[in-house]
Design a protein around this ligand. Structure first.
Ligand SMILES: C[S@@+](CC[C@H](N)C(=O)[O-])C[C@H]1O[C@@H](n2cnc3c(N)ncnc32)[C@H](O)[C@@H]1O
Length: 394
């Protein structure tokens, strides 16, 4: 249990207690335990109570974590630079679909930059499951964009089902997908589940895995050409291929771009990483007690980029590139954006942007931990993935 976390106030504790009671009821009705992935789903998305469904701050310095678009405009400007050639190739009907729009910071800069680049999509759709975040996005974008640009934004309840061409983008979304956890016992695959202990708190219990999870673990072992040792515990998203197919909906020609933190498979499942990659984020503190204060902290797991490559190609797309976030941003105009600010002669702004660029690119910050992976069908990314190719590591 982490010692030095700032204590939530009484209201927040009450909120968390309500969610805990709801999860406890479900555990009771499910014969004494639920899979960890269901526990994580409830913690993040239970209507009105889950971390992403209720109204706490979450993003930025006052929240629990800072994502790349929250640091400033550089990240989204570089993504816009990368996808502009794809949108232009697809012509005036091309659309842009953002999965998990957060505070709306990404959409704001991306749309402003795409307009400057003469690559405005016909529609900018945001697929956002959290009603609270949707409202925050709408309010911010209405304030920050001209009515003409704002009018091309649409919020989707479900992925676009009709045929569309364009770009699908997601930053830090796959790490937030409720993930199953597995553990090996006497060579057999077990699934981590959550039960209630004698004191009424949440406790971990392992149950024999179902066929889907067991097969997915064996697939990873075959691919790695080694077996997991007993007691090896980690995360795996057997549903990732289905999720990718679902979120692209009717996408015909276009590109998909995912940015997230993670590793190629060989590193994700290093023998010494035997407690997995699950992390909790609470007011800029990172720890690994997933049961602490349900609903008040974000829960995430790193992305297995080899699995993402399999899911993207399995959906009928070609892998266009995989590189670190630092290489991706540098390959898509980061230095030019910094030079533009310097040329304006505003020293304070130049310093602010230089600090932002450092956070985005330094290996000790987000530069290497975060990676970008792109897929294409019927179009080309142009120069977006020319820097620092890492596909050989997948
Ligand atoms: C860590 S936040 C990242 C937000 C934003 N992309 C950013 O970079 O600031 C995760 C976002 O993904 C959304 N999300 C989680 N699961 C999702 C899903 N299955 N489909 C669409 N969005 C999802 C959350 O509601 C939230 O907006």
């Amino acid at each position: 249990m982490p010692a030095a976390l700032p204590a939530p106030d009484a209201n927040a504790l009450q909120h968390s207690a309500r969610l805990s009671a709801l999860i406890g009821e479900e555990i009771g009705q499910s014969g004494g335990s639920i899979p960890f992935s269901r526990f994580m789903e409830r913690c993040l998305y239970a209507p009105g109570l889950g971390y992403y469904s209720a109204g706490s701050t979450k993003f930025g310095a006052a929240g629990d974590f800072v994502t790349a678009p929250e640091l400033g405009p550089l990240f989204a400007a570089c993504v816009a630079e990368a996808v502009a050639p794809v949108l232009r190739q697809l012509g005036p009907d091309a659309e842009f679909v953002e999965i998990g729009g957060g505070s709306g910071a990404f959409a704001e800069t991306a749309l402003k930059r795409l307009l400057q680049l003469d690559a405005m999509p016909a529609r900018y759709a945001i697929l956002e499951p959290s009603a609270d975040l949707r409202e925050r996005q709408r309010e911010r974008l209405a304030r920050q964009l001209t009515p003409l640009v704002f009018d091309c934004i649409e919020w989707l309840d479900t992925p676009p089902a009709t045929a569309w061409n364009g770009v699908l983008f997601a930053n830090e979304v796959i790490d937030a997908l409720p993930t199953p956890r597995f553990v090996l016992r006497d060579g057999e695959v077990f699934e981590e589940c959550v039960a209630i202990d004698a004191d009424g708190g949440f406790a971990r219990v392992d149950r024999p895995a179902d066929a889907l999870l067991a097969a997915a673990v064996r697939h990873v072992e075959r691919d790695l050409q080694r077996s997991f040792a007993d007691d090896y515990r980690s995360e795996l998203l057997p549903q990732l291929p289905y999720w990718v197919q679902a979120v692209i909906g009717g996408l015909r020609d276009g590109a998909m771009l995912f940015v997230d933190y993670g590793y190629p498979r060989g590193e994700f499942y290093l023998p010494e990483r035997d407690a997995g990659t699950l992390r909790a984020f609470y007011r800029q503190h990172v720890h690994n007690d997933a049961y602490r204060w349900p609903g008040l902290q974000d829960l995430t797991a790193s992305v297995d980029f080899t699995a993402l490559a399999e899911a993207g190609t399995g959906a009928g797309f070609e892998l266009a590139g995989y590189c670190s976030q630092a290489s991706f941003l540098l390959g898509n105009g980061l230095a030019q954006r910094l030079q533009e600010v310097q040329a304006r002669g505003d020293e304070a702004l130049s310093l602010k942007f230089a600090n932002e660029a450092k956070k985005l690119t330094l290996p000790t910050e987000m530069g290497e931990r975060f990676q970008a992976m792109g897929f294409v069908r019927g179009v080309e990314f142009g120069a977006a993935f020319l820097e620092g190719d890492l596909t050989w590591r997948l």
